[in-house]
Design a protein around this ligand. Structure first.
Ligand SMILES: Nc1nc2c(ncn2[C@@H]2O[C@H](COP(=O)(O)OP(=O)(O)O)[C@@H](O)[C@H]2O)c(=O)[nH]1
Ligand SMILES: [Mg+2]
Length: 357
């Protein structure tokens, strides 16, 4: 699972990438190719479990982010719409510039995040339309040669997609059945990707909500999208401070939560990921699975041996364990359940797999 960070040149993509992954932004900015890094997913539940078990090691869930550069010079610093890293991303963070700076030129000459977003979405739709048209031409040729129900289904699906795209709408908003969804995944459509719109505001505007502007109303109600604001320069200042100082600084500025944590959390949600936990004296750990994953596959996320030798999963919700204070207590209360291979693991469950290989 990977989240692509994209946007116009000088919008703050590399700054954000550096903050999320802990990579030195100065070093990251000096590179022209796509870089990939890992961000830890903050989770107060894991912190509470670690406080209960006092393990030697606490391991959070992680997400991979890719910093996808714009194409230099071409089209005034356009984002890289055709880069494979964008195509293969499971979700995108679109960074929009809302900060003004005399030192850093905006590739469009003026600051207008909504205009930039509309442009990016239009380009997503246009790119997808080209892919669909090319595929439809190909299908028409093949179907002339021979009838094939599989190809006919694909053609019908793509005709449906083309109508949406020609209407100027992204595929993200459509509902497709399971087989269609699977088929579409192969095309890596840009306008189908879940998208987090991250507006990079100036330091003086950090306490304001940029989305109250009426122009945003048409956007914030659309499906498959999430919106957030951050200030790259402020976040990097906060990153330098320890917990208490950062808290005091945030109180001064009137900001309630860390933008980075919000961006990671929203990305996690957009990817459709949830966390389950394993606990013990050695390690407390959060594991990422897609919502809807069955116990047998959740076991495989930890180790293929555990999947192969799966006997049972012992499951207790996080809240229950926290309330009772120990696994033994949950067992006594009868809230530590035994579940089989096809059990659907829920977000926040503490799971112990019994296996035998
Ligand atoms: N004033 C100000 N400058 C910023 C902010 N975010 C990024 N910059 C500057 O804008 C320039 C481009 O940032 P960068 O992250 O490399 O943008 P990218 O081209 O989208 O990767 C750098 O000089 C940053 O220091 C911000 O929030 N405020
Ligand atoms: Mg960059």
């Amino acid at each position: 699972m990977e989240v692509g960070i994209m946007g116009l040149a000088a919008s703050g993509k590399t700054s954000l990438f550096g903050l999320l992954t802990g990579q030195d932004p100065a070093l990251a900015a000096s590179r022209r190719d796509t870089q990939v890094g890992v961000a830890k997913v903050p989770d107060p539940r894991l912190d509470a479990l670690a406080a209960m078990f006092r393990p030697k090691k606490t391991t959070p869930a992680t997400i991979r982010f890719a910093d996808i550069p714009g194409i230099p010079d071409e089209h005034r610093g356009e984002p890289g719409f055709n880069l494979p890293e964008l195509r293969t991303a499971d979700a995108v963070v679109v960074v929009l510039r809302a900060f003004s700076s005399d030192a850093v030129a905006h590739p469009r000459g003026s600051v207008d995040p909504l205009r930039d977003l509309e442009h990016i979405e239009e380009e997503f739709i246009l790119q997808d339309q080209m892919v669909v048209e090319r595929r439809l031409e190909r299908l028409a040729r093949d179907l002339q040669k021979r009838r094939d129900p599989e190809l006919e289904r694909e053609r019908d699906l793509l005709v449906q997609c083309l109508a949406v795209l020609e209407d100027g709408r992204p595929l993200r908003g459509e509902t497709f059945d399971r087989p269609a969804e699977k088929k579409l995944r192969g095309f890596t459509f840009l306008s189908l990707k879940p998208m987090l719109v991250a507006v990079n505001v100036g330091e003086s505007e950090i306490a304001e909500d940029p989305f109250v502007d009426p122009g945003w109303a048409a956007w914030t109600s659309r499906p498959g999208l999430a919106f957030t604001r951050f200030c790259a320069t402020l976040e990097s200042e906060l990153a330098e401070l320890d917990g208490d100082d950062a808290r005091a600084f945030m109180d001064d500025l009137g900001i309630a939560d860390r933008a980075l944590e919000r961006i990671i959390g929203e990305s996690y949600r957009l990817l459709g990921l949830i966390s389950f936990f394993t606990v013990g004296e050695d390690e407390c750990r959060a594991w990422s699975i897609l919502a809807g994953t069955e116990a047998i596959d959740a076991a495989g996320v930890i180790h293929s041996d555990i999947q192969r030798g799966f006997i049972r999963a012992e499951v207790v919700p996080y809240d229950e364990l926290l309330e009772v204070g120990s696994l033994a207590g949950c067992r006594q209360r009868g809230t530590l359940r035994l579940e089989g291979k096809t059990y659907t693991v829920a977000d926040g469950e503490v799971v112990h797999f019994r296996f035998n290989v």
